[in-house]
Design a protein. Sequence first.
Lengths: 124, 619, 545
Amino acid sequence: MTPLVDVLTSRYAYVLFALLLGIGLYMIVSSQNLVKKVIGLNLFQTALFLFFIASAYLAGGQAPIVHHGGKEATYVSPLPQVIVLTAIVVGIAVTAVALALLVRIYAEYGTLEEDVLREVRSDD
Amino acid sequence: MSTVESLRPLLAVAISTVAIPLIVASYRRPNVRDSISVLTALGKFAIVASMLPAVLNGDEFRWSLGTYAPGVEFALRADPLGMLFALLSSLLWVFTAFYAIGYMRGLDEHSQTRFFAAFAGSLAAAVGIAFAENLLTIFVFYELLSVATYPLVAHDETDEARAAGRKYLLYTFFGGGVLVLGGTALVYVLAGTTTFGATAQGLSTADPTLAKAAFAMLAAGFGIKAGLMPAHSWLPDAMVAPTPVSGLLHAVAVVKAGAFGVARVILDVYGPDVVSDLGVGLPLAAVAAFTLLAASVIALRQDHLKRRLAYSTISQLSYIVLGLSLLGPTAITGGLLHIPAHAFMKLTLFFCAGIIHVETHTDYIPEMDGIGKRMPLTMTAFSIAAAGMAGIPLVAGFVSKWFLLVGAVQVNEAIFAVALLVSGVLNIAYFWPIVYGAFFESPDGADEKPLISGPLGGREGPRNIQLLKPAGSHGSHGESSGMGGALAGSSDGRDDPAPLEDGEYAVDRHPSDHAGDSATENDPAVAAESDDSVDVGDDSAGHDEETIADDHDDHADHAHHGGPGPDGWERRRWTGEESTWLMLGPILAVATGALVLGIVPYEAQFLELVEVIVEGVSA
Amino acid sequence: MTDPTVAPVLLIALPIVAAAVVLLAGLRWPRSGWPISLVALVLEGGLAAWLASAVFGDSGRLVHELGAYGRPGENEFAVGIELVADALSATMVGLIALIALSVLAVTRRAGPRGVPFYAAYLMLIGGLMGVSLTGDVFNLFVFLEITGIATYTLVASNRSAPAAVAALKYLIVGTTGASLYLLGVGYLLMATGTLNMADLAATLAGEPSFVDGPMYTDPLVLASFAFIATGLFVKAAIFPLHTWQPGAYDEAPDGVTVAISALVSTIGAYAFLRISLSVFTPAFFEATPIVATVIVTVASVSVVAGSALAVMQSRIKRTFAYSSVSQFGLVVLATGIAVHPDAGASAAEAALIGAVIHLVGHAVVKGGLFTAAMGLALDSDARTIDDLAGLGRQSPVLSAAMALLGLTLVGVPPAVGFLGKWYIVIGAMNADLWPVAVVILLSTVLTLAYVARLFEQLYFTPAPSGDEAGAEAPADTSDDHAMAADGGNSADDGTEEHLSDPTPGAPFGVVAVAVGAAILAILLGFAGAEFADALEPFVTEVLGQ
């Protein structure tokens, strides 16, 4: 197998992570629409979540939930799971604030396109 | 030799700092405010002078706040070299304090409170520089001095003043915040300390390239304030400041702080031996020699009195730097002695320029012909100081220049002695015309001054000299009005004022530039007549007038209305009628000081101090 | 409660709980935000003082294990989150507590006020305290985001639309930065398996038995540092990642600008300092010399570019904002020197102390400058630099404070701005980083270029005519008039004079904070040596392997 195929088959989660990251970043940078920028931001963060989860993966591992008197078993690493849970919460909070700001901007200017916005504001 | 822990160096610095809030607080009562200013000056001088006897005996006073940065204390120490500068600044501040009151009130200046407060702050910083015990402390006060003097330079709040202020800040902060700080840090890195007298050892064993770089940065950083070329151009521009500022700060405290810094660097940071080993003294001496010659040459062509004095200052400060950088004991003595000598003389000159400005609003040298009649005492003091500048015996400048000359020959650098002598001749060349014009010419009977009124590079042939008299006069004085009357009489019925329009251009917009048709203002008919009757010379005269007018357009923004009145200079008696004693007193006192320094230098303490310093350095 | 190790927990929990209390109490008593915040922040100040006295006193470094999970074994990783208070965090905690109270005073009458503001503001303080005290790299991310979210809402808290646009821009860039940081944390976790800073440092150094040796040159670690540094540079607004900052500073309500300028970017720079020193440690930079070179280069560019951009601005707040870009460049530059492989012990020590002093000093100075700008805006509606013309006479106290703080920023001694610069330049020279030393020295002149414009307008430009207070042309003033209009002096020493009552525009709190900042900036300049001594144990610990 060529190395490329090897990566694509065994590390596809990381490939997906890199793709999502790139797409998210591209949207943030290039999109003129503020909502799309926020979506790009979310995509960017989602890529990170995927990255963490993928890094915790262990072949044959169980979810790291240890029942009372838990037995010896293979668990996936719990730490990234916790991180992702927390990061999701943070991400939601950020998105909520972003949406609130978007509503405010739309109410004032009637547009969410950055170039139009720039024009409108330069008229003030 | 002992070191006494004492508050006195701190008090000397702090007294004028404390005065600032008092001055500001009393802004509604000018008399109280100005008294505070004078009392502070007296107090400062008293504190500094009280340390003099002990310092002459080899004791030192020291005060320390404690560690400021690792290995560096924030400390003040009154040693002989510091005393020299502190004594000079505080003594001359006493005179300037009186003079400034007279000047500011005489001109009804705005923002007087800010002026006096900033002045007090500048003096605090200057004495701080004098007493600073190490390079970092000196840097602290050096920067504060730049800050405190900025309001004085930009005082006028005009575009010109702001531009001068900007330039001033740029130059001094580049010199201070970049070069001096860099040099100080480098010395600290190389020697592990910045205390004066303790660094030479470390520097002599350090990497010579870095030691040289540090020397170059320090010398250039202090040199910017001392007006070393090519970084001198802030000084003439800073002359937009009120004259007491030009006098005390830009001839004594600030620029001398630069020269003093160079002295500290050469004598106490490196020591003459290390400087000589590193071979950095000669380049500095060359820069100084170039500056003192070039500035003198430039001064020749300055027609604004204060600017001419500024270039003279640049030239004279280089005497000090030159003396120090020649490294021989005699040369150092000369250089250090030139600090007080030049201070007394230049302060006199600036005071004279200021009083002329207050009394007659005259700033330009061509308008000063015959002013000796109007201001006899002032111009006498001016002449004495000018003679001193040129190094004529019995005035302060001679003594220091003598030491410098001997010192230059001693270290086998006779070329610098030649430079000094040439500069002396140039000094005469740019001061003598002012003195001569003041006493031996009159507004309408002055010789041509080709150096300032002619185009740069000269011109062929002396054409129409009599029409080119640069001194302004449009009065109807005896001879010309008589002629005008005769002309008017000979041309009956032709008194149509219309032709005046033709003759009006450059001449009437710049009446002071033209002396030819002197009766025009009073009698339009005469103007018409003379326009016609002097047909032959008119073309060339008109041409010349335009040239001159262009030349003077440069300072049209001054809106100056100086020069003699329509009747020439009125005569004032020698008993002080010419101005107020608030200004005349300081002028005469400082001029006397210049004479005392020249006749009995030892009794004036300064030479003794200098010898103590030089002994200390050589030992 | 005599064990000072609970102080870090309380310091973080108190403002967050208070934020919730404000929100709930606000439903019933809409005007209760101020008193609750005041009580909370005064208590916070007390806690900060307690912590500082413990850390700088006998206890030294304090560690609190949240939930007391401890470590399973002697040489194993910590399970729970640790809060760590050492000299650096204690300094930050003190700074935050002080500025938090000051901002409360500034906004008391000048606004913004109201329940949402106080709640978000307390959240901000909680987040900042968390960043300062946490000993866990992921926890640091969480607190960074709490800080961030609170800041985004605060920027938009006056409900103006331009502020909302600026806040959204800040949010997008800031969150991207934080996400990059998180990505770096992920790489670190993959490489080492822990998130605890102390454990990370030990693992990267190859101490635990299960690693083969130092991991500094591991590509994963290198990439991790690159992401973390980039993310934190965004937060600290280092050129060219500063784009969010001028808009946010400019459009935010004045009182909020004071808080974020003094604290938010500061905490970003602190985080960078903390991660560089306590996680990656100088040994990492020793093993990969290129990293320190890159940091120093980026920071140098930031110093120069920030100043250059500041000169080109016409609005006061934007000028100060770009100035921050330059000043944080200086802090990062100092960090880069401190960890530079060419830097010997003395150079690193000097640079590190310089970085901390400059970080603290800049926070005080910039907060004070924005407060003074706010006061002048309230007095005379001065928003652009040209508007400042003649205000030296109209608002003498605020103008004097602004002038003094401006001089401090330039680095005029003996104020604190100079002291930091001195240490940094000594560090650079000792490390033989000559071009860097030149940049630091030149930054004086660059800063002067924009500060001098302020002076010129404040003191040496007559107010535009038609404005009754300063309308006289200098030439034709009668003496009396000149005396009365006279006042204000930009003199240099620590004395602050109260010439006349400030015009009713700026409330007392604003004036007092501006003046207090100016005085503090000068006093701190003299406290530098003591502070350096107090930092000494910390410095030798993080540098002296």
